[in-house]
Design a protein around this ligand. Sequence first.
Ligand SMILES: [Zn+2]
Length: 200
Amino acid sequence: MPFPPRTPASDAFSRAIYRHLVATNAPGGGVNRMMITVVTAGGTVGLPSRVFIGFSGGIAGGGVRAALTALAATPIFNAFTTTVLPFAGAQQLTHAPDGPIAAAPGHFQVTQGRHCAEPRALMEAAASGEHINGMSTLWWGNNANAYPHPAAGLPNGVGGNTIFAAPCAICAMNADWVMARASLKRDAARGMQRFHEAPF
Ligand SMILES: [Zn+2]
């Protein structure tokens, strides 16, 4: 299963986040350079009920995180259940493994620590038990977005690229694995048992 698509709703939240960070002069250097992933869940594709905001990075970007925590309490966002993820400090692509899907050949090809935003946001959204219906990732930093999304988006003012980012090569390679994990996590949150053909 591929990652959830960018939707007008997930894009709208991402644009709001970006404008908020610009308006509040949030820092954009060092540990405050990051991918910020918005995952929408629940409700409908056009009007989700929950928003999950995850960050990339191995070190907490305190300035950006504080700005987004404040944003979660403002109009637009406070109309939804907005979760700004705590810093996970994960050394792996996702949270610590807690699902029974083994790292099969060709999947989860991580040989060193990764600190990606997408899996974090997806896993947290899945843990809510809600249906995931959209995902957008934006680049925040005082340098150019190195992973510009091929679809149109808002210029980020640095380097001329869109603010929207595509998943990195490692995330793209592991999309099926991440989404299978997310599916298991969602089922577990709903108290459901599920059988899988893959041996583990
Ligand atoms: Zn990634």
